[in-house]
Write a protein that binds this ligand. Sequence first.
Ligand code: GLN
Length: 545
Amino acid sequence: MAKQKNKKYIFVVGGVMSSVGKGVASSSIGKIIQSKGYRVTNIKCDMYVNIDAGTIRPAEHGEVFVGEDGVEADQDLGNYERFTNQISTHDNYITTGQVYQEVIRRERNLEYDGEDVEVVPDVPKEIIRRIESCQKKNDAEVVITEFGGTVGEYQVLLFLEAARMMKLKSPKDVFFVLVSYLPTPALLGEQKSKPTQYAIRTLNSAGIMPDFVFCRADEPAAENIKRTISMVCSLPISRIVSSPNVASIYDVPVVYEQEHLGRELMKTLGLKARRSNIQDWIAFSRKIQKLDKKVKIGIVGKYFNFKSCRDTYISVIESINHAAWYNDRAPEIIWLDSEKYEHNPGELKELSELNGIIVPGGFGKRGTEGMIMAAKYARENKIPYFGLCLGMQIATIEFARNVAGCQGANSEEMDPGTKHPVIHIMEEQKKFMAKGNYGATMRLGAYNCNLVKGSKAFNAYGQEKISERHRHRYEFNNNYREVLEKAGLKVVGVNPEKNLVEIVELANHPFYIGTQFHPEFKSRPMNPHPLFREFIAAAVKQSKK
Ligand code: GLN
């Protein structure tokens, strides 16, 4: 198939308010264009000065998504991967911090030939360079770039300026999607378009006309509202796209297709559809809507804020969803704050109501004793248990203390002076910690792992060699391997290069597995991660007991 000569760039910007689903909109655009036979790549631009998301608190800013090459990125990259199955790397993630850091580095190296370096155009130029470089590295025909935040925010200006400059250079290759919000005030009971009109005007003042306006709202956009918006931005009504709330994010491309977004995108971008195969996605969306039997999974964690835990644990939640749907179940996820078990161990009883327990990733001592109590409960009561990174370390500590007789066993992270450091700091981490060098210094990204034949993990994957993504500083202490294995903890996955323990499991248990890596980053809606798939299968069996 001949490749599209002119690369196309779509910029997705937000209007009215944040958190209306620009990430899912960008992912869905990617999915739809891909379904027409074009190679796509998605980029997220975050406005903050941080170099990456690695040092940001997850309870407030959401999960840190880890790419194959170890990029610690915004959670939106997770949705891009789940929708388009394109692997994200450092190139797909741009922050204000990275851009300024590079401009200043170049200035210090005399790379501006003695010119003064200006915020405009030198900063937007660096943004453009990064976007184009991502296009090349991914060999993408269409690049979808999402800007965090909303138009009108001071920090978005330089990114909008970069996009405007690109449009000026190639008017037929650069396009804008405004993802806006239509409020329905309770008193009036009808949708209002005025905030969206202001957002369009604000975008205009940056020299940009939207090519599409997506109307996020509780309900589909009313016809008269579409008409008003189409008039305000001189667009045909077919490019004002209704985007109501839906039961699952995976319904979004289907809703867009009902609005003929694929056809409109092809027309607007000047592309011819090479094929059209969104049918599997539509069938999938139908299937998941119909499931009514439940599987009840508890997440015993600690990054809970008062509103929702969805953002903090999004990849874990999505992996549970994918695996539950595969097993013909509707997932029911229960949030359990581990600290409450420390104050009131009687509350552990509530775990008996669950079909499966997950202890996800985490950092620092707070809440870990409660997690250890939950792991013990799951082990003793034969409730399926799946430990992800910290959850694997928790399972190891629990087993060491309560089965292998290593009293007071712990991770050096929680108790640096522990008598039995069954989890200890990785050798190469010591120098980073001595210097307080926290940014992007963990063991990050994809590493190999060899599985032990006959183990539950091996049977789930159906192969001996796997590769999974990591984000940690501490590891299983090999000095304890013999003691723990003698007591019955099975080491079933090992990194061949460094002999690091990657997976532990228990034999006489329906499902008790801990992974040092984060399997949740590689689960896909129609292709669940093998370990999640088997964990949920065990949970479904549990539910029938
Ligand atoms: N805090 C643990 C470590 O650094 C676990 C990290 C995680 O769960 N991602 O090793």
